[in-house]
Ligand binder design. Structure first.
Ligand code: NAD
Ligand code: AOT
Length: 312
């Protein structure tokens, strides 16, 4: 399959590498010039479960998009949420009527942005439990196993989505065709809406958060806000199951992990995805007349911290 990946960060690089190894035709587009320069010079370099792997892939800046000269078949979006709209605005020339877009970003509401650029029946939504981390321009660390769940946003996208599932299976990405991806997206957003924002504010990893006496009540209150808002969008979250799903990370291997928002905000002083996680619930709650004081406070605290560290 001919695949264009927008965002050659941790996750974009993981998918690029695995899909390239499975003989797909992969092109990268990225907005970070140092990353582009490094990948052009030395290739995309990964520590892949401890093994050094280098792959040479074409990479373009959004401003160079006209050089591609043709419309994309499948675009996989792997920017951060707050970069998604600007990236799509810049790559309009490669989006044609036959182009499909798959979005695997964390957070809520990406379909609203993407429908400005692609028809509903060419949109595929999903989540992934794969992880990845950038260690510098052109360098990523890829550890462990993961899965992808995906579903066409409108019925007419089914046949192509099944082709994507086959291509991902051949690449070892462990895809699953989801019958209810909206539920999966809200459930994953609860993971990020608790662990990412709380660990960033409290300056701790997942295990340290879980060891506090307050963790259970905090998680349950935040999940309840997500559930109330999700219900207005036709998604009935099983709050007890979601709590158990998140709480099991407190004692799992992932407990030593600092969530991506922590890496972005505290380590790298980058703007966060908060407006697409707790911020989205706060904003939607205001629209539906639902009070979401925990999500409101967390969103405000993260934005205040972004200002304090001069996040870009
Ligand atoms: P990322 O931050 O690694 O990369 C996103 C973009 O930011 C890329 O264009 C990259 O080049 C750029 N970038 C990265 N570091 C930069 C820096 N220091 N300065 C300037 N630009 C920089 O993002 P990601 O982790 O690949 O995440 C992409 C999406 O996938 C997000 O929505 C994220 O929440 C989601 N996600 C991530 C993981 C994970 O383990 N990383 C897991 C599941 C879902
Ligand atoms: C995570 N972490 O999604 C993933 O850091 O953004 C993140 C993230 C799966 C299970 C627990 C945490």
């Amino acid at each position: 399959m001919k695949i264009t990946i927008l965002g050659a960060g941790g996750m974009g690089s993981r998918f690029a590498l695995m899909l390239h190894k499975a003989e797909n035709d992969v092109t990268l587009v990225d907005g970070w010039q140092q990353n582009i320069d490094a990948i052009r010079k030395d290739g995309l370099q990964a520590e892949f479960n401890g093994e050094p792997v280098t792959v040479h892939l074409p990479i373009y800046a959004p401003a160079e998009i006209d050089q591609l000269g043709e419309k994309a078949e499948l675009i996989i979006a792997f920017t951060k949420s707050n970069q998604l709209k600007a990236m799509f605005e810049q790559v309009r020339p490669i989006i044609g009527p036959d182009t499909y877009v798959l979005c695997l970003l964390n957070g809520i509401g990406h379909e609203d942005i993407l429908q400005e650029f692609v028809a509903a029946d060419h949109l595929i939504l999903g989540i992934t439990m794969w992880t990845a981390g950038m260690t510098g321009p052109g360098h990523v660390t890829l550890l462990g196993e993961g899965e992808v769940e995906l579903q066409n946003f409108a019925p007419a996208g089914l046949a192509f989505t099944k082709e994507v599932v086959s291509a991902f299976a051949a690449a070892g990405l462990n895809p699953k065709y989801s019958e209810n991806v909206k539920y999966a997206i809200w459930r994953k957003a609860c993971v990020n809406g608790t662990l990412n924002s709380l660990c960033s504010i409290l300056d701790c990893n997942i295990g340290e958060l879980g060891a506090t006496a307050e963790a259970e009540a905090l998680l349950k209150a935040i999940i309840a806000e997500f559930a109330q808002v999700a219900a207005h969008e036709g998604v009935t979250l099983d709050e007890a199951e979601v709590y158990t799903h998140i709480a099991q990370t407190f004692t799992a291997a992932i407990a030593a992990h600092y969530p991506s928002m922590y890496q972005d905000l505290i380590v790298n002083h980058r703007a966060t995805e908060i407006d697409f996680i707790n911020g989205a619930v706060w904003q939607k709650g205001q629209r539906y007349g639902i009070a979401t004081p925990y999500c409101a406070l967390l969103t405000q605290l993260i934005h205040a911290k972004e200002q304090l560290v001069g996040a870009k």
